[in-house]
Every structure is written in structure tokens, then in C-alpha cells.
Design a protein around this ligand. Sequence first.
Ligand code: ATP
Ligand code: MG
Length: 581
Amino acid sequence: MKRFLPYLRYLRGRRLYLVCALLCGAVSGLVYGRGLPYIMETVFKRIFTEGARNLPYLHVLGVAMLIPLIFLIRAISGFLNNYLMNHCGIGVLEALRVELYRKLQYLPLSFLGKNRTGDLLSRLTSDTQIVQQTITNCASDLVIQPLTLIGATSYLYVKAAENHGVIGFLSSLAAVPFCVFPVRFIGKKLKRRAYENQRLLGDISDIANQNLMAAKEVRAFSLEPSEVNLFQTTIRLLFRVQLKVIKYSLALSPLIEVIASVGIAFSIVYAYYSGISMAVFTSILAAIFACYDPVKKLSALQGQFAKGSASLARIEEILHAPLTIQDPEKPVQVDRLGGKISFENVGFAYKSDDPVLRSINITIPQGTTCALVGHSGAGKSTFAHLVSRFYDPTSGRISIDNLDIRDLKLADLRRNIALVSQDPVLFNDTIYKNILLSRPEATKAEVEQAARDAFAHDFILTQTNGYDTIVGERGASLSGGQRQRIALARAFLRNAPVLILDEATSALDGESEAAIQLALKKLVVGKTVLIIAHRFSTIRDASLILVFDRGEIIDSGTHGALYDRNPLYKALYDRQGPAVT
Ligand SMILES: Nc1ncnc2c1ncn2[C@@H]1O[C@H](COP(=O)(O)OP(=O)(O)OP(=O)(O)O)[C@@H](O)[C@H]1O
Ligand SMILES: [Mg+2]
């Protein structure tokens, strides 16, 4: 219960709704718990007392109508309570989802690497929904039910004071504490199953997500039957867990009813022997019913809490995950950086016991085109990613213009870097917007110029709607080379002092390659460039070449010098001729 309280802060701006909802809940609870028994007694007394056989029809009708009146008030206040509570609950859901989504934007890549996309999606959609239901149901019932209980027991108390025989009825309430045992026992079981249930839902979402992302591979390798099998196996596991959740949720209410009915049976026996009037007996029966209803509902809430806190635990794994990569408290103000990049004793590991980069010491002077070469897996891309602070080094320090990059605001740092990655991703939007995102304030002419520079303008014009063509999910409607040229256009538009090209020209044909080489020559002027290229044509011209071997820079220099003195470099060059890695 306490676990959910902090999330009530999301009710900001909806407090009035909450207050109204609580008031309506109070009315509904009291009307049922206190009002109904009272009205029952009144009605029975007025209509069934001795000598009242000749009452006028309208009088009888009028008195009898008091009962539907009570139910009408309860219906309206109950409806308003529920509606307003749902209003608040959905508000909490909305805020919670946005908060989660925001957190996902800022979490370090290492967190996303450790968690599966489908599972994260399931936390964002399904778990948040369960938390919302919990808050709505609980907030509503936590007002109505205790008040119903208080109303009804206070009625019973009054009756007990008036008539000693009623004390016997009150003893029937003694069954209430016995309800607590099944509630606690089942609640605990339910929480564990509910967590398992949500975890499996995450697995299923992840399996489906991976499958849809790899639609081509599934068909190419005829994986359809095994994919269906995997899905089916997980769904079957879910089926079993779901049944257990349902079993425990459903068992609670009937169990409480049975315990409660034993109490009622005893009270009837007692009433028979103590000679209470029919009117009082009926009203007391109504009050006892009104007492057990809250006990039953509050016990059902235990189940809801169990499910809710299981989902909340999964949500909090994201909400409480540390933002290891974030802005410093007192950032150094910078506008445009020069571009001198230094690595001082930098070590890095994705997993703590498996270093990927070791004692890297290198300074790349401003305006240098620096090529990174080495075997696959040697750590070239990792080296480049550290400059953008996608990850922080495990040891040592990286600086640009002698400023530790951890002292800069992330946005300032990244604004100064243009990155074209190995596999550029386009958003499902127009080509124009896809280029524009690298500098949103750019004019149309600047966007077109960037596309021209990247040799993308001509092919863009041949698309059905030119710059306004929607590229499809992840840019699916474009070829690999076209996607890369759009990514290059982004880099041209950004015009940042540091440029990182990770095998950026790998998907281009000979003709585009030659054109891109020309464009790159223009683009790199005055910039610090880290280039990880397949082709030696690019690398040969670099003014500095870093040779990576198993996480270390074993040599650096120009092509001529390295070819003469470094056997690894020579081997890479000779083996692949115009290509490397
Ligand atoms: N996100 C990651 N999580 C864990 N390990 C990773 C991750 N990315 C890369 N690695 C590991 O780090 C090492 C260096 O990878 P990196 O991508 O830097 O190599 P590379 O030199 O760019 O290779 P390539 O030429 O094939 O692109 C590899 O052993 C790789 O398995
Ligand atoms: Mg790489």
C-alpha cells in the first residue's frame, strides 16, 4: 500500500477530482452501511406493525420507495466515485508512462544492452496498466468499504445498546478476524505468481518483437516453424501461471463468503431464541450483510495490491535505474569546440571482467583525419563511441580541447559531434525531416545543399514525393546505400567540428564511393575526423592512422611509416588490398 503512495504525486492538477471522488465514496459507503439498515427498520416498522393492515396504498408505496431511494443515492455516488477515480487513475497511468519513456531516453546504452526491447515495451504498456488499475480500484474501495463497515457496525452498536439480545448478533462478527488468514496467505502467493506472469508477458513481447524485426532472416533460414514453437512454448508457460493467478484471485472471495455465512447462520439461531422483532431482525441482517461486503472487497483488494506491486517492482527497475551518463552538476559552458581529442590512460569494459580497451593514450590534434584500423572486434567502434559518451570509460579520462568530456553538458558535447554509424537508422518520416533532425533550425536550402554534398539529392528527387517521401520503418523503403547517403547528408548538415564515420562508405557502389570520397574531402576540411573504413583508399590519405589490436593501440603514424614498420598493419593491408578489417 505504502509503495503506491509516492505515485499519487502524478495526480497533480487532478486533486479536485480526487477529493470529489472520495466524497462520493464516503456518501456511497455510509448510505449503504448505515442508511440501508436504518431504512429497512423504518419501513418494516411502519408497514408490518400490528394494526397497520389498513394503510392507504400511497402511504405504503411512499414508505417502500425509501429503499430504492437509498439504492439510487448509492448508485449515483458509487458511479461518480468510480468514474472520477478512473479519471485520476488514467491520469496517473499517463504520467507514469511518460515518466518511464523519458527515463528510457536518458538511460545509458549499457542499460538498454542488458534489457530486452520487448520486455521493456511490456513494462511500458502492460505493467503500467496494472498499476493504474490497482491505484483506481484501491483508492476507490479504500474509502467506500471501510465507511460501509463503520456505518454498519455503528448501526449494530446502537441496536446492541437498545436491545441486549443484539449482542448475540454482534458475536457473529467474530468471524471477521478469521477472514484475515486466507487473505494474507493467498495475497503472498498471488504476488509471486503475478510477478512471474508479468515477466512472461515481457518475454512474449520480446520474442514477437525480435521476430518481427528479423522478418527477412526468418524466411531466408526457414525459421517459421521453430519461431512458432518458441512462441507457443512461452505462451503455454504463461497459460499455467495465468491460471494460478486467476485461481488465487477467484478463491479469495468465495472463501470469505463461506466464513461470513457461518457467522450469519449463528446470528439467526441466536435471534430465534432471543425473540427480537421482525423489523429489527431484518435491519440487523442488512447491517451484517453490509459488514461482510467490505471485508470481502477489502480482501479482494489484497489480490489487486499483490498484482500491482509485482508490476510496480518491474516498473521501478527502470525508474530507479541509475543514470550513469548524465550532465555534470556544474557544466563547463562551451559553444563550438575546436576538436583536439585526447585519451589518457583510458580503459573500458562492457562487462566488468572483460576489458575491451586497455590503457589507451593518444592525442588526435584538431583538424586531423584519423583512421582506425585493426581486426574485427579490436575495439575501433568502442573507441569512437567513448568520444560521444555513449559509455564512460572504466578508467582514465577523455578530453576535447583539454576539457574532460564529463564536464560538458551531454547536449553540448553531442552537438559538436556528427556520427554516421555502421548501420544508420532512419525514422519513419519524410526524407526531409530525417535529414533536418541533425540541425532542426536549418533552412530548406541548407537541407538540400547537405543532400547534394552527400550525393543524395538526385536519388531523392526520383522518389515518388521527393523530399516528402516517407521512408518506412527504419528506412525500409530505401536501399542500404541510399540510407547511408541520407546519414551522410545529416552529417553535412550538422557541420560539427568532430566527425565520426563508422564504415560509413561500406554500402556504396563504386560510383557513389568515388563521389563520396570527393564529398568527404570537402567535409573533413578543418574538422577532426575519426574514420573506421573498410577501404584503404580512405585510410591511406589519413594524416594519422591508429592500429588497434585486442583493445590496445599498438602503433600510430602515417600509411608509409606504418607499412614499413608494423607487421600487423602490413598484414591487414596486404591481405585485403584496398580494404581493411
Ligand atoms: N554492446 C556491447 N556489449 C558487450 N560487448 C560488446 C558490445 N559492443 C561490442 N562489444 C565487444 O567489444 C569488443 C570490441 O567491439 P567493437 O565493436 O569496438 O569492435 P570493432 O573493432 O569496431 O569491430 P568491427 O571491425 O567488427 O566493427 C568485441 O569483442 C565485442 O564483442
Ligand atoms: Mg565496428
